[in-house]
Ligand binder design. Structure first.
Ligand code: F6R
Length: 237
């Protein structure tokens, strides 16, 4: 049953998300964490990273996998998922040697997806996957379509994704997306979906309807038995 836990605002939701992640790291120090970027989850990563000074050694064995990437944008561009994750989480915690993710400008995008697919086959499954909800119901860059893909693949970005706040003002436009697939996500031990703000009101309502459709990829979360759905009050107002 997907039922939202509602927090008064984004900050309160982010604290709860950071606490959930920290609890997972205490339970399983070598957790493989798969992380979405975007506006919704970044604050929780910052709050979690701030726990590095507590002396709890929470991050000594943590492994991090980047969920997705904008294809065709230089890796060091501040708009990439790479830059978001490195700045807020990977670099503050010194996780570079235990961090894996798609390159944003691979010479061969299909081969790059094969590399991530092989890495996940050898090092997975994901223990805890943090996801955001696309306005069109996408998860990562698993976009609405007649069929969804199970594993890492090159995605055609939907118009809604091309209007995403991460890249809306970028001069260099992404040509494609690189993303883990739906089976990769659904094989995670646990999933945390974070949803915030009025623009997510309609997609959240659609998700909660319980109708499962490839045209609304997030609806497949109904097939997973361990999903925490956190949202803020603004998404319900
Ligand atoms: C980004 C990603 C996307 C976002 C989604 C919600 O890495 O995977 O699927 O999670 O578009 O983005 P925000 O949180 O910016 O509304």
């Amino acid at each position: 049953m997907l039922s939202p836990t509602v927090f008064p605002d984004h900050e309160a939701m982010s604290h709860a998300a950071a606490d959930l992640l920290a609890a997972q790291l205490r339970r399983k120090p070598d957790t493989l964490l798969c992380l979405a970027t975007g506006a919704t989850p970044m604050r929780s990563y910052e709050l979690l990273a701030a726990q590095r000074d507590t002396g709890a050694n929470l991050f000594d064995q943590l492994r991090v996998l980047k969920l997705d990437e904008w294809g065709g944008i230089p890796m060091e561009n501040p708009a990439t998922c790479e830059s978001f994750l490195r700045k807020s989480f990977v670099e503050p915690l010194g996780l570079e040697s235990r961090y894996v993710g798609f390159h944003s400008q691979p010479a061969d995008p299909v081969a790059e997806c094969d590399r991530i697919r092989r890495w996940l086959a050898e090092n997975g499954p994901i223990d805890l996957c943090v996801l955001g909800l696309g306005v069109n119901g996408h998860l990562g860059f698993n976009e609405p379509a007649d069929a969804l893909q199970p594993h890492a693949h090159v995605a055609t970005l939907a118009d809604e994704s091309l209007a995403h706040s991460m890249i809306a003002n970028e001069r260099v436009r992404p040509d494609f997306g690189l993303t883990l697939g739906m089976a990769d996500l659904l094989q995670s031990g646990q999933i945390l979906l974070v949803v915030s703000g009025r623009s997510k009101r309609a997609p959240l309502r659609q998700l909660l309807s319980g109708r499962i459709s490839t045209h609304f990829p997030a609806s497949f979360l109904w097939l997973h038995e361990k999903v925490d759905l956190f949202c803020d009050q603004a998404v319900l107002d």
